[in-house]
Design a protein around this ligand. Structure first.
Ligand code: GAL
Length: 430
């Protein structure tokens, strides 16, 4: 039985474009020209490159078709995981300068914005768009705070996936179809790769990707219950189990290329695509990067849950909001309609690699998805679901931001004890 274990759960655009986030995507004003009525929606997002941009563009196409009267103004800020977008957004929200809608994550990440009164309750839209039965109940539960729902999810991603190059694994005599059972076994395989001449058996990029790697090591070494306990205080971040996990994390980091530590996820994935490194841990926004290199899933590259994460789906969902004081609430409503519609969810998720957050798609609609995506849907249906720390499902934004800082420091000083102290302090932030 599927069990969701929730851990915790600008300014107006055309007129004052100076307040808008910089636009680095190509879809700006993608809503067409029929904004004669003055209706528009400014969307703050970080989906500005690669598969993420492709996904947004697909959504923009559906939006144009469904709401031709509303002009779409994409306010994108590059930086995977929303690193830059979130900083700019926080400043705009604090300055009472909200966009019409912004991308957040289902779960704890929006808790501070909700508590600060930045977000409208969009429960009525769930009734109007008939979404209550369209989304899995567990998902709606984790979007709900004190009986109110504050965002509408466009997709579901899985964070604890190893993307592995088959050729490289074979160089070290490793069987791509039989991944190791746990982290210790995985570290042993990395040793083998190194001995076989693979300089960097695994890659990792910027701090948000480091946090994503770390959370999967925590899931493996602590197990689901204790991992969840890290979020509700039942597991001590300063305790011996976390120490062991951090020591494993430190060993894994020894196999990585320091030149990539400030890069986004795509440059960090490139050595896997180019056959230079064996592994990268990343969310399943990665498949289009392999498709674009003409690599076939199951033949040229394989995916498996991080060793020790078998049967666990490390969950995150992108979810869009209606900020209090948004200049174009009607435009926002149109956007929320499209992202939650079947058509919008199919177009977007097929392009992005994620799975729909709607659970009411027909067999025929589901047949449009890739084999990888079908496998992710199957896992989501039967695995134990845990919340991603790196992608806002598990802890408030302040906590994850501080954790990222601590991991960045660790790359320079390799001080495991110091990292543990800082993570423990970060976890307490609201
Ligand atoms: C996540 C987001 C994903 C993807 C990823 C990489 O936080 O939920 O949809 O965009 O960052 O940028």
């Amino acid at each position: 039985m599927r069990k969701l274990i929730a851990a915790a759960g600008a300014l107006a655009l055309a007129v004052t474009m100076s307040a808008c986030s910089s636009t680095s995507g190509g879809t700006d004003n993608a809503g067409g020209d029929k904004g004669a009525t003055g209706s528009e929606v400014g969307v703050v997002t970080w989906w500005s490159a690669g598969s993420e941009k492709e996904g947004f563009d697909a959504l923009a196409e559906v939006f144009k078709k469904q709401h031709p009267e509303v002009k779409l103004v994409k306010q994108s800020e590059s930086g995977g995981g929303g690193t830059n977008a979130k900083q700019k957004l926080a400043a705009n929200l604090a300055a009472k300068n909200p966009p019409d809608t912004y991308q957040g994550h289902a779960g704890a990440e929006l808790s501070a914005d909700i508590a600060a009164g930045y977000l409208e309750d969009v429960s009525a839209l769930y009734d109007e768009f008939k979404l209550r039965d369209a989304f899995p109940k567990d998902l709606v539960d984790r979007l709900t705070v004190d009986g109110k729902i504050y965002s509408v999810p466009s997709n579901i991603h899985r964070a604890n996936v190893v993307w592995a190059n088959v050729e490289v694994m074979k160089k070290a005599g490793l069987d791509p179809n039989t991944p190791p059972a746990d982290i210790k076994g995985w570290i042993a395989d990395m040793e083998k790769l190194k001995a076989a001449g693979v300089q960097y058996p695994i890659t990792v990029g910027a701090t948000w990707t480091q946090l994503e790697l770390l959370e999967t090591v925590l899931i493996s070494d602590l197990g689901v219950e204790k991992y969840n306990g890290l979020m509700d205080g039942k597991t001590d971040w300063a305790g011996p189990e976390v120490k062991t996990a951090l020591e494993d994390y430190a060993k894994i980091i020894e196999f990585t290329d320091p030149a990539l530590y400030s890069e986004d996820w795509e440059p960090a994935m490139k050595p896997i695509i180019d056959g230079k490194s064996a592994y990268n841990v990343m969310g399943d926004w990665a498949p289009p990067a392999f498709d674009n290199a003409n690599m076939k899933w199951g033949t040229d590259y394989v995916t498996f849950p991080v060793p020790g994460n078998q049967g666990v789906f490390d969950f995150l969902a992108d979810s869009f909001t209606l900020p209090v004081g948004a200049k174009h609430p009607d435009g926002t409503k149109a956007w929320l309609d499209t992202i939650s519609s079947k058509e919008g969810q199919i177009a977007f998720n097929v392009a992005k690699g994620s799975i729909p957050s709607r659970s009411d798609l027909s067999e025929e609609e589901l047949s449009k998805f890739s084999d990888y995506q079908k496998s992710a849907m199957e896992s989501f249906g039967k695995d134990t679901i845990v919340s991603s720390i790196a992608h806002g499902a598990a802890l408030p934004l302040a906590a994850t931001e501080k954790m990222k800082e601590a991991l960045g420091k660790f790359m320079a000083n390799k001080d495991v004890a110091g990292l543990q102290t800082e993570l423990a302090a970060a976890a307490a932030l609201k």
